[in-house]
Design a protein around this ligand. Structure first.
Ligand code: ATP
Length: 515
């Protein structure tokens, strides 16, 4: 674990050093849980967004996009439940004065039990070798049974406390489990209190009666309130979806873990409208489609898992998270929710406008049910970086840090490097770069030794380096170096465009998702 935390620290400083992510307002000592994306970060982020957007709008005839405003009528947040119901249970440690989300603390405790069980299983697997029967071991080993029992009791108690919104019981669980504050190491806890996450501001001047409005805490509501606009203007037939990418704001209390939990972040959400009664079928289909989207990136299938929710939100009848193995454990990157007709019905009630769909096949009107897929751009960004970051030992005792980014997402696709800064090589290199720059994000670099230049490109995840040497001037061939294998091959300049396009285009990723 310590080693993993170490990797995480290195990743954070790598992000700063190589222009991926900077702390916001750094020269003023920063602003809690707010970050800026640098010159490479913004390219990676844009590529992630494009991958998502194209997978939604190009691969599905019945999914279209919108871009709704961040400011919305304040009653929308009454209708969605955010004003009254969306509160996080918070607890403070009186000694360290640190504030935690009570539910997150308990979830971490559950994860500790799981870790203990897994360790026992691993130990036994080593001891018994090939004859090891894991299912039998889990079902009979007294130590495993004892921990499992404790875990299950805690799990049931936790789920009930959450569902009953029983704050005292949440606190009691923390006390009974003898959980300590990671900072002070003590068990000196306050009561659990509710806290609203929405930022508010005022629209208009106070003299004409300013209106209190909120910065949206999710992009989804902008889709719901435009449901009929899109359906009618696009002549959409159910089932259909509306996708949106945009900023969301939450006054998160426990702001740590870098861009994993920010106060200003970006979401990619898609609401898919279906016939009532067909929602669970669509829920299963979208789960499948979304996990394929993640796995197509090639970061390793074992890094993903589903985590079904214990507590369903008041609007949902099924919910799961896609979790990614971050350096600090498996964490939610995306939520998939079956939201029933809660949102549309609620907006009908609060706005007094009908939000129904006339289904010509059934010859009846109804309020559609909704499946939502909701993924955080920043968490996705972090998962891609965490899954790509490698430190490798090289021959001769040297090491390199390389980001093995999926080529389609890499900020820079290729670097064009003259071997030396003379003899007409820079001119030739620039000629090649000036041709390729219309197709790819290219960098030209002539400074320092070729080895150093390779290292710089490895550190930002550039899949290809193209070196121009003296022979190039006669044979019109260049050396292309592959980032991950460091292998080099000689190829004609005329083939560069197609060789690179084959590897870095989004098309190949998208083809993998579509079965
Ligand atoms: P968590 O339980 O971790 O707070 P959540 O369940 O509240 O997350 P959702 O409301 O389902 O999150 O939001 C959908 C997605 O938006 C999440 O899967 C995550 O990727 C992203 N997200 C939510 N809150 C944040 C945040 N504070 N910073 C960055 N991304 C976030």
């Amino acid at each position: 674990m310590a080693q993993q935390e170490d990797v995480f620290k290195k990743l954070v400083s790598h992000c700063k050093e190589y222009g991926f992510v900077f702390p916001s307002s750094e020269i003023y000592d920063g602003l809690g849980a707010v970050y800026d994306y640098g010159q490479n970060g913004v390219e990676l982020k844009n590529n992630i967004k494009k991958y998502w957007w194209d997978s939604m709008t190009l691969l599905h005839d019945n999914v279209v996009g919108i871009d709704s405003a961040i400011f919305m009528h304040p009653t929308i947040w009454k209708a969605s439940g955010h004003v009254d119901a969306f509160n996080d249970p918070l607890i403070d440690n009186k000694d360290s004065k640190k504030r935690y989300r009570a539910d997150v603390l308990i979830e971490e405790q559950l994860a500790k039990y799981d870790d203990k069980i897994n360790k026992e299983v691993e130990k036994a697997a080593k001891r018994f070798g090939d004859s090891f029967d894991e299912a039998q071991f889990r079902g009979t080993n007294p130590r495993v049974l004892e921990i499992t029992e404790k875990r299950d009791v805690l799990h049931t108690r936790f789920a009930k406390a959450l569902n009953d919104n029983n704050l005292e019981e949440l606190r009691q669980i923390i006390v009974d489990e003898e959980m300590v504050c990671p900072v002070s190491g003590t068990r000196n806890w306050t009561e659990v209190r509710q806290f609203n996450l929405m930022f508010s501001t005022e629209m208009g001047s106070t003299s004409d009666g300013a209106m209190k409005i909120y910065l949206r805490p999710e992009t989804a509501q902008g889709i719901f309130v435009n449901f009929l606009n899109v359906q009618k203007s696009g002549r959409m037939k159910i089932p259909f979806g509306i996708a949106q990418i945009g900023k969301a704001f939450r006054n998160e209390i426990v702001a740590r873990q870098f861009v994993f939990r920010m106060r200003e972040f970006e979401q990619m959400e898609m609401q898919f409208f279906v016939r009532p009664g067909e929602e669970l079928n669509w829920f299963a289909q979208w789960k499948e489609t979304r996990i394929r989207w993640h796995k197509a990136l090639g970061l390793g299938d074992r890094k993903y898992r589903f985590h079904d929710h214990d507590k369903l939100a008041h609007y949902a009848n099924a919910a799961t998270d896609i979790e990614f193995e971050m350096p600090f454990g498996f964490k939610e990157v995306e939520g998939i929710h079956s939201r029933t007709d809660f949102d549309l019905s609620s907006h009908e009630k609060y706005s007094g406008k009908k939000l129904q769909y006339f289904d010509p096949e059934l010859n009846q009107s109804y309020t559609p049910y909704v499946i939502e897929t909701s993924i955080g751009v920043d968490r996705m960004f972090l998962s891609v970086l965490a899954g790509s970051y490698c430190e490798e030992a090289l021959e001769g005792g040297d090491t390199r840090v390389v980001l093995k980014l999926p080529p389609a997402l890499a900020p820079v696709k290729l670097a064009v490097l003259p071997l030396v800064k003379k003899d007409g090589l820079p001119e030739k290199a620039l000629e090649i770069r000036n041709e390729l720059k219309f197709s790819f994000n290219c960098q030209y670099d002539e400074k320092d030794s070729i080895g150093k230049r390779y290292r710089r490109q490895d550190a930002i995840g550039t899949p290809y380096c193209v070196t121009i040497d003296h022979d190039t001037l006669n044979d019109h061939q260049v050396t292309i170096r592959h980032r991950d294998t460091m292998q080099q091959e000689r190829v004609p300049v005329a083939d560069l465009q197609s060789i690179i396009a084959e590897k870095v285009s989004l098309k190949n990723l998208l083809k993998q998702i579509k079965s």
